[in-house]
Design a protein around this ligand. Structure first.
Ligand SMILES: [Zn+2]
Length: 257
């Protein structure tokens, strides 16, 4: 049976109540971890997830709450009582994979010393990427990092942030990742979705409710919120009895088949 487990649901603001947004997509023999923000090793320990059960890691964009825990997580895999032997696959958009590779290398995580292979694969927007027979995704560029385009000395190519339509066996899941505006909620508007996971820091709850009406979604979960926003949204959800929208929580498991 395939499932999704939230590892963290916090925004970029560090919280003592929850970890930065991340989840695992699991099929019978494969676990894909989506994002490894600051503290992600602790977040996984908190959910009693064996580091070495992770087969692949997908990075959505280069913000600290989404990728800065990666070298540390790889280091944990080596330090375990039974050190990792099997390879780990790291996946990111073609415009940023080199940054991740350098970040890992410059964190002194050298493949020859790790005892396992680190394989890197990049994906392109608007093209299906098959991880294996059971997990695929289609990714599209979103506008999350566009507000940086006018800043000085910014490498525009690296302002790359992706949203994902995951195909996990028969389930279709739209994960917005971090977005720039409510328009990004409609990147896969023609799809019949089993699950929509939307971030909730860069869009307001009213726009999320409009999207719920317009999109064909069975289940709608929110992640990436501060403790303050969590309380505000909880109140709004409790007044909106017909809504399918709910707040995700660290550790929550959603069955997909
Ligand atoms: Zn974020």
């Amino acid at each position: 049976m395939s499932h999704l487990q939230f590892i963290g649901t916090s925004s970029a603001l560090t919280s003592l109540k929850k970890f930065h947004s991340s989840f695992i997509l699991s099929t019978k023999n494969f676990n894909l971890l989506v994002d490894t923000g600051d503290g992600s090793s602790r977040a996984l320990l908190n959910q009693k997830i064996d580091f070495n059960s992770i087969d692949a890691i997908l990075i959505t964009h280069l913000h600290a709450d989404h990728y800065c825990g990666l070298p540390s997580l790889l280091t944990q895999m080596k330090l375990l009582k039974e050190p990792r032997k099997k390879k780990i696959l790291i996946i990111a958009h073609e415009s940023i994979l080199d940054v991740i590779q350098k970040f890992i290398f410059n964190s002194m995580v050298f493949e020859e010393k790790m005892g396992f292979k680190i394989e890197y694969k990049n994906f392109s927007w608007e093209k299906i990427f098959s991880i294996n027979k059971k997990i695929k995704f289609l990714s599209k560029k979103n506008s999350h990092l566009n507000s940086n385009l006018l800043l000085k000395n910014v490498r525009k190519k690296k302002l790359s942030s992706s949203s994902f339509l995951f195909f996990v066996e028969k389930a279709k899941i739209f994960y917005t990742s971090d977005v720039g505006s409510a328009e990004d909620l409609y990147l896969f508007k023609d799809e019949k979705l089993d699950l929509l996971i939307s971030e909730s820091s860069h869009i307001n709850y009213d726009d999320i409710c409009i999207a719920e009406q317009k999109l064909n979604v069975k289940k709608f979960l929110l992640t990436h919120f501060t403790d303050e926003v969590e309380n505000q949204i909880k109140k709004k959800i409790s007044k909106n009895k017909n809504s399918k929208i709910s707040l995700a929580s660290d550790g929550q498991i959603i069955n997909l088949s």
